[in-house]
Write a protein that binds this ligand. Sequence first.
Ligand code: ADP
Ligand code: ADP
Ligand code: ZN
Length: 214
Amino acid sequence: MKIIMLGAPGAGKGTQAKKIAQKYGIPHISTGDIFRANIKNNTELGKKAKTYMDKGLLVPDELTVDLVIDRVGQEDCKNGYILDGFPRTIPQAESLDAALEKMGEKVDFAVNVEVPDENIVNRMSGRRACVGCGATYHIKYNAPKTEGICDVCGEKLILRDDDQPETVLKRLGVYHDQTQPLIDYYAKAGVLKEVDGTVDMEDVFQAIVSVLGE
Ligand code: ADP
Ligand code: ADP
Ligand code: ZN
C-alpha cells in the first residue's frame, strides 16, 4: 500500500503517519525528518536545506525529488510506505508518478487531513519536538509525561525554529500556493480521501483506517 499524506503544516500528518506505519507495518518516510537529520549531522544537504527551512520556504525540488525516489526504491518499501511531507509541489508529484510508473506501480491513497488555517498557529505554537528522536508532542493535546522531556528517549523537547508564529504564517502561504493544488491533482487521479483533522487524534486515526481498510 502506497500512501501519501496531504495537509497544511501542523494538520497532523506526522502524528497520523507514524500510527499508520505501525498499524500496517510499512515505513514512514518524512522529508522534513530527513532534512532535520541532515541538519543535525551538518551534511552538505543539511546546510543547503536549512537556508530554505529557516525562512519557511520549500527546499528546491532538485534537492528533494531524487532523495525520495531513491528511498522508495529500497528493499523495505517493497510492500508499500507512507510519505509524509512529500510531494509538496506539482512537479514533485509528477516526478514521483513517473518513477512509480517505470516500476509498474502507482500511489494507492492520498489522504488529505483537513484543518482550517485558524487552528494551525495554535497547533504549531504548542508543538514540541524531541532533539534526540524527532518524536512530536503538543503541550495541550499530547503532553509528554514530564514537561520538556521526551517519553521515548529522555532527551530535551524544543519549539522548532520554523514553528515560530511569523514563520508558520509564511509556511501557510507557501502551502496554499504550492501544495494545496495537489488535492485536485490526486482527486483527478481518483485516489483522494479526505478526513476531518480537527477532531481528537484517535478519531482522526479511526477515520483514516476506515478509508484505508483493515
Ligand atoms: P504535521 O506533520 O502535519 O506538521 P504534526 O503531526 O506534527 O503535524 O502535528 C502538529 C501538532 O499538532 C503537534 O504538536 C501534534 O501533537 C498536534 N496534533 C496532531 N493531531 C492533533 C489533533 N487531532 N488534535 C490536536 N492536536 C493535534
Ligand atoms: P510540517 O510537518 O510542519 O509540515 P515538515 O517537517 O514536513 O513540516 O517540513 C519542514 C520543512 O522542511 C518545510 O517547511 C520545508 O522547508 C522542508 N520540506 C519538507 N518536505 C519538503 C518537500 N517535499 N519539498 C520541499 N521542502 C520540504
Ligand atoms: Zn525522543
